[in-house]
Design a protein around this ligand. Structure first.
Ligand code: DWN
Ligand code: SAH
Ligand code: ZN
Length: 405
């Protein structure tokens, strides 16, 4: 019987996405040999309710010198993190020697406003090029995997932190025990650990199955996070739900007894129970919807190809690796993917080998249909690409079902 990666309880598999490549491994077109694949499947722990991948990809295959995701590419996300930073500056970072550590600080999208305010900060992220970008903006950053030993090194060199923040990172880390021990060692007595990640409640509601890929090892709920924190003398004291990246929850964790849990915690736990988020049947139903979306998308794209329509994709997201490889998409169905990230351009998508072009290719000339791989940025992208629809173009979305707009 497979075991839960965090508590050792029995893990039941609920959906198998089959053979998948590394989601962020964009390949040079003439170097396709030896591509790495693993089996992507998701399951739930019967003991602690944590939803997680059945198989773990070695961390240095995913996060390394050439990791190509730069967080500052979305204006909406830049604003979201600037707002987050201002919030910390106004609340938790007002004492005598404020200090904030960010796990997975990437190109410094959140810490920028903290650095500009002259407040002591430290980013920790293992991916070389993105951390170099952060340093070039004046953000103090260590290129390292956060884990217990790294946390102890930070305490020795810098002292304890008022706030440890992480966005879209804790769910990437299978070895959560080491993270929580590190957090417990690094926090000041009344410090808080705040992290936000895609929320299982939204993933189930929207059938946004492309949130499941190598880097997203865990799909959190408040219940699973609270169970986890309690094993390390920590308590979940606040939760906040918001819409970025297709629906996320921000969890605030403090030392047990240090802070009174806010009513929002019990409210979300009750909502999760009412929705059956810890029940296998809920995830099995989700799996049926995934299969239906896959079939509908393949049917639509095949029909459009047979009608001679041009279809391109928009946003070479990590998420889209799951869609493309589950659906067997390739250059025959999707001509190319356009993306603003220079590190992804002139490469091909992992597994599906669809060429990636710059955003100018999108207009040259506009295709008939654009498959929105970056559906989580739909508002931002549809607003800046209004000309496409004025020219008769249509967007294809597959969340929460396959439809065109
Ligand atoms: O969790 C993760 C999130 C935060 O970022 C990581 N595991 C990896 C990555 O996931 P993703 O690639 O699915 O994230 P996004 O933010 O949906 O990626 C958007 C992609 O689209 C980027 O490559 C940038 C691109 N883009 C674009 O070409 N034009 C984005 C916008 C907003 C645009 O206007
Ligand atoms: N916080 C940013 C980046 C998210 S992408 C945002 O929300 O946009 C995930 C990041 O986590 C990558 O930059 C990756 O290098 C980093 N990461 C992965 N494992 C990590 C670990 N053990 N410690 C710190 N960062 C890690
Ligand atoms: Zn468990």
């Amino acid at each position: 019987m497979p075991e839960c990666r965090t508590c050792g309880g029995a893990l039941t598999e609920v959906y198998d996405f089959g053979r998948q490549p590394l989601s962020d491994a964009f390949l040079e077109p003439d170097k396709l040999e030896g591509e790495f694949f693993y089996r992507l499947a998701v399951g739930m722990c019967g003991a602690c309710t944590m939803v997680q991948l059945m198989e773990e990809v070695p961390r240095d295959k995913m996060f390394h010198e050439d990791y190509p995701y730069y967080s500052s590419g979305s204006e909406v996300m830049r604003k979201h993190f600037e707002h987050t930073a201002r919030d910390f500056l106004d609340t938790e970072l007002t004492g005598p020697d404020p200090f904030i550590v960010e796990i997975g600080s990437n190109d410094g999208v959140m810490l920028k406003a903290i650095a500009d305010a002259g407040v002591k900060h430290l980013g920790v992220d293992p991916s070389g090029a993105v951390t170099e970008r952060a340093r070039s903006k004046g953000i103090r950053t260590r290129t390292a995997f956060f884990e217990e030993s790294e946390a102890l090194a930070v305490v020795a060199a810098e002292g304890n932190a008022d706030v440890i923040f992480a966005a879209n990172t804790i769910c990437h880390i299978p070895y959560l025990d080491s993270i929580f021990r590190g957090v417990a060692a690094l926090l000041k007595p009344n410090g808080i650990f705040v992290f936000e990640d895609p929320y299982l409640g939204d993933i189930v509601e929207r059938a946004s199955f492309d949130q499941i890929y190598d880097e997203h090892f865990y799909l959190f709920t408040a219940r699973a996070v609270r169970n986890m924190a309690r094993r390390f003398g920590l308590e979940l004291v606040d939760v906040e739900h918001f819409g970025v990246h297709g629906g996320e929850v921000r969890y605030t964790i403090a030392r047990q007894g240090a802070r009174e849990p806010k009513p929002a915690v019990e409210e979300l736990l009750a909502e999760e129970d009412a929705r059956g988020l810890a029940q296998l049947s809920t995830l099995e139903e989700f799996g049926l919807r995934v299969t239906a979306i896959k079939d509908d998308l393949v049917t639509l794209l095949t029909k459009l190809r047979d009608e001679g329509k041009r279809v391109v994709a928009y946003g070479a997201t990590a998420k889209s690796a799951t869609v493309a490889n589950l659906c067997g998409l390739g250059p025959d169905l999707v001509e190319f993917v356009c993306d603003i990230t220079p590190q992804k351009q002139n490469r091909v998508t992992p597994g599906s080998h669809i060429p990636v072009r710059g955003p100018e290719a999108f207009r040259d000339p506009y295709p008939d249909y654009a498959l929105l791989f970056a559906w989580n940025h739909a508002d931002e992208i549809l607003a800046k690409e209004q000309e496409f629809r004025r020219n008769g173009g249509k967007w294809i979305l597959y969340v929460p079902d396959v439809h065109t707009v």
